[in-house]
Write a protein that binds this ligand. Structure first.
Ligand code: UDP
Length: 319
């Protein structure tokens, strides 16, 4: 049992991590400025006497609470969300990460940082192992996120080398599941919401670009295992599902799972959209004994149930 601080606690991943840490008997303080996170994601956690929520901007507020472990997940994460606030995105991944590392240093604590597959940019190596340095446009529309996370990783390694801080970096690949924000613009949530509303699914570009989708329970189990691992655990570590799909195939799977006709509207491909992405997870398998277990078809079923509930739509479409 330990005291954990989770930044970005009201977000999609943050809130699931909070639930997992509470279930593992930790005391948890959740921090969020609610810029993209949502209070309703913490409804379950709010019932626990071992949970406390603090609404604060990590980059501006006073000291972080003391803890044995810091999980830093605060950041806008979907392309439309981080592109709406590129400065805030750089700030939370730069200044925010610095503040988390300083707090951990002050309290002699362990840190788990959420980095991203975006550090690989539009990759020239496939699938992506942690040893790949990436192919990133430093001044493009995605750079606030990509370079913000890369700077965050550099900070972590500097604290590790200079101060011996126990830092673990998780490079998180595309993840989906209940508690995604219906409006956050990601591919799985967009397709489900569009299908439920009887609209065509918006496929960007040819739809031949690929992604690999991890169900949220698998991902959070990996994050918790990374936090629990022995100090000598190798970092950074890819966490994601190595089964790769074209975006068009995802659209077909979503339409089938919803029981709606397959209808797409082709929109332009956004700038710098990576053409392929798939994690090499050999390190996580070896170091943590971790691998994902939920296939996309199964994860979609529970994700669709969540969206039906959230949007109040019945089996026949909009209520
Ligand atoms: N995408 C799409 N339609 C949408 C949203 C996204 O075709 O309505 C594509 C997007 O261009 C990208 C992939 O789906 O190639 C994954 O996009 P997402 O925003 O979910 O995450 P990313 O991996 O790009 O950060």
């Amino acid at each position: 049992m330990a005291r954990a601080v989770v930044t970005g606690a009201a977000g999609f991943l943050g809130s699931h991590l909070v639930d997992t840490l509470l279930a593992d008997a930790h005391d948890v303080v959740g921090l969020d400025n609610l810029s993209t996170g949502r209070r309703q994601n913490l409804r379950a956690a709010a019932g626990s006497a071992r949970f406390r929520f603090v609404r604060a901007d990590l980059t501006r507020s006073a000291r972080l609470p003391a803890a044995d472990r810091y999980y830093h997940l605060a950041s806008p994460a979907s392309p439309p969300a981080y592109q709406r606030d590129p400065v805030g995105t750089l700030r939370v991944n730069g200044v925010g990460t610095l503040r988390v590392l300083e707090a951990a240093r002050r309290h002699d604590a362990r840190v788990v940082i959420s980095s991203t597959s975006e550090v690989y940019g539009d990759p020239l190596v496939h699938p992506q192992p942690e040893s790949y340095w990436g192919h990133v446009n430093p001044i493009g529309l995605r750079s606030c996120y990509d370079e913000g996370k890369r700077f965050g990783e550099a900070l972590c390694m500097a604290y590790r080398r200079q101060y011996g801080l126990d830092v673990r970096i998780a490079r998180i690949f595309n993840t989906y599941g209940p508690r995604m924000d219906p409006e956050d613009g990601r591919v799985v949530s967009n397709f489900i919401v569009q299908g439920l509303r009887g609209r065509p699914l918006t496929v960007y570009g040819s739809g031949r670009q690929t992604r690999s989708f991890c169900y949220v329970s698998d991902l959070v189990r990996g994050l918790a295992a990374l936090g629990d691992a022995k100090k000598s655990v190798v970092t950074p570590m890819n966490l994601g599902n190595p089964r790769e799909f074209t975006v068009e195939r995802v659209a077909r799977l979503v339409a089938r799972a919803l029981g709606v006709p397959f209808r797409v509207a082709h929109d332009p491909l956004p700038a710098d959209d990576p053409k392929q992405r798939c994690p090499d997870i050999r390190r996580a398998r070896a170091e943590l004994g971790w691998s994902p277990t939920v296939p996309l078809e199964e994860g979609l079923t529970s994700t669709i149930a969540y969206f039906r509930d959230t949007l109040q739509v019945g089996r026949r479409g909009v209520a």
